[in-house]
Design a protein around this ligand. Structure first.
Ligand SMILES: CC(=O)SCCNC(=O)CCNC(=O)[C@H](O)C(C)(C)COP(=O)(O)OP(=O)(O)OC[C@H]1O[C@@H](n2cnc3c(N)ncnc32)[C@H](O)[C@@H]1OP(=O)(O)O
Length: 459
């Protein structure tokens, strides 16, 4: 629905002339959609009218408003979008003071919003308001065909994770896709990365549901979040591998422990299904942090790792790792990596992420403060080598020391050249990168490790 606000020209002609001059004199630089669009999650008419719904604006509109993502030809533009959090249909209103072509054309807003919301838009405000009561049990109906995977009790509610059949999942998925596009960085229609192939049985959709214990008509089941998992095969043993493709906890429910609950459930799915491993497709920074905290906590209680950590700390105490010209450094023994995969389904590259944090945690908690500096040097060297990959690569073989759980004395591993043997992810490789940028990336990694330690141990 588009509404042009009443002009106040007759009330203050001078002000109006000044505004008009100002607007026509300047080049139309376009508006950032983030500055003029607000989305409200609502479940009642009162929330909608009173502006009391959950409100968010810093959203990702890339790919929605043309190639450079800006909106042209408007002054005082305000787009309000209300999403019914019970049925995931939406209604919008567009308000502006002025609309005119100032050299860059006029963005046609309605088709853009239709690209975003697909068939989930309700055209009429009264219909939308009616949907609060009409569709109040939409979620309850949808999940009736699903299977409860796990549940826990909170005050007055059951929190359930429900696995959906792929067809029923499809109906709901189409309704929640607009939220994914807006809230998950890097997921856009353009990239085509959000689609689930409903004919591919490898896909599973799981819903995180809040169910009132009192299931009377006035109490609705609510969708708190969801995740999709893809199952494929590990060659040559034919075991399944699980990939978490997408996870979203809806904004009103974030930072309440649900993400953590879901990640534990996914780990359990992988273990119960005897999967080879569990991976996550391009995790966001926040998700990666959460995942590493969870994995580090599990690994800290995993006996086979203790000897390997102690051996690494011993090398750090002797200053043997930072002096090494060859890389990689601070690698765990491969048998420990394999044990962790078999026990927790943590894949190798995730294990290496956890390993640095595990060593740091043990350094800190067992009074090895004097070699923390040594540890920081080793991490800095590792990040630097990752960035400047090719310069430290050689075509020959490299022999490096690693801690061993097999023998008390040192073992060695030989790497054939061409790579730095380093499987750490998360740092961009750029050959022309400057020293300042390298320092920033090193600091960032050290901060990540310290933050994990703080969350896990409060150190
Ligand atoms: C493969 C992909 O899908 S990549 C994209 C990932 N998804 C997104 O980016 C979508 C938007 N974000 C989200 O959906 C969510 O924020 C998620 C999934 C990343 C995390 O879910 P949340 O429910 O917020 O996680 P959870 O609450 O368990 O933990 C988040 C933080 O809250 C903290 N926390 C956990 N429980 C509580 C609590 N009771 N009170 C306060 N804080 C808590 C955690 O320690 C954690 O803090 P940290 O981030 O500083 O370490």
């Amino acid at each position: 629905m588009i509404m042009e606000e009443d002009q106040k020209a007759t009330e203050d002609p001078e002000e109006e002339a000044r505004k008009r001059r100002r607007f026509t004199d300047i080049e139309d630089l376009g508006l950032d959609p983030k500055d003029c669009i607000t989305v409200y999650l609502v479940s009642t008419k009162e929330e909608m009218d009173g502006g009391n719904g959950f409100q968010f604006n810093m959203l990702d509109f890339s790919g929605i408003f043309g190639d450079n993502g800006r909106i042209y030809g408007y002054q005082g533009l305000k787009i309000s979008i209300w999403m019914n959090i019970l049925s995931f249909q939406s209604f919008y209103e567009i308000n502006f003071e002025k609309r005119s072509n100032f050299g860059k054309g006029i963005t046609d807003l309605e088709p853009c919003l239709k690209i975003l919301f697909l068939d989930n838009l309700v055209d009429n405000k009264d219909d939308f308001i009616e949907s609060f009561s009409r569709d109040s049990h939409y979620i309850r109906d949808i999940i009736s065909s699903g299977n409860i995977l796990c549940q826990k009790s909170t005050e007055g509610h059951e929190i359930q994770i429900i696995r959906m059949g792929i067809e029923d999942a499809g109906y709901l998925y189409v309704r929640i896709v607009p939220l994914v596009v807006l809230l998950v960085e890097g997921f856009s229609y353009k990239l085509g990365s959000i689609s689930i192939d409903l004919n591919d049985e490898g896909w599973d959709l799981y819903l995180l549901i809040e169910k009132p214990v009192d299931q009377t008509a006035n109490n609705q089941d609510r969708l708190l979040g969801f995740f999709t998992v893809y199952r494929f095969y590990h060659y040559p043993d034919g075991l399944s591998r699980l990939r978490l493709n997408l996870i979203l906890v809806l904004p009103p429910y974030q930072h309440k422990g649900y993400g953590s609950y879901v990640l534990h459930a996914i780990n359990d799915i992988a273990i119960a299904g005897d999967a080879y491993d569990l991976t996550i497709k391009k995790p966001s920074k926040e998700l990666q942090h959460l995942r590493t905290c969870i994995d580090v906590l599990q690994l800290l209680c995993f006996d086979p790792i203790q000897d390997a950590i102690n051996a690494t700390i011993s090398l750090l105490e002797q200053g043997k790792l930072s002096n090494k010209a060859s890389l990689p450094q601070l690698l765990p023994p491969m048998d420990v990596v394999e044990d962790a995969r078999k026990t927790f389904r943590i894949n190798k590259s995730q294990f290496l992420q956890c390993w640095e944090a595990l060593v740091y945690l043990c350094l800190n908690s067992y009074a090895h403060a004097e070699c923390v500096e040594e540890y920081f040097t080793v991490i800095s060297n590792r990040v630097r080598a990752k960035i400047l990959g090719t310069s430290s690569r050689s075509s020959g073989k490299k022999v490096i020391d690693i801690p061993s759980t097999v023998e008390s004395k040192m073992s060695f591993v030989m790497f054939r050249g061409g790579g730095d043997g380093n499987e750490f992810k998360g740092v961009d490789v750029d050959q022309n990168i400057g020293e300042d940028h390298i320092k920033q990336l090193i600091d960032r990694r050290l901060e990540e490790i310290k933050l994990i330690a703080k969350k896990v141990y409060g150190t």
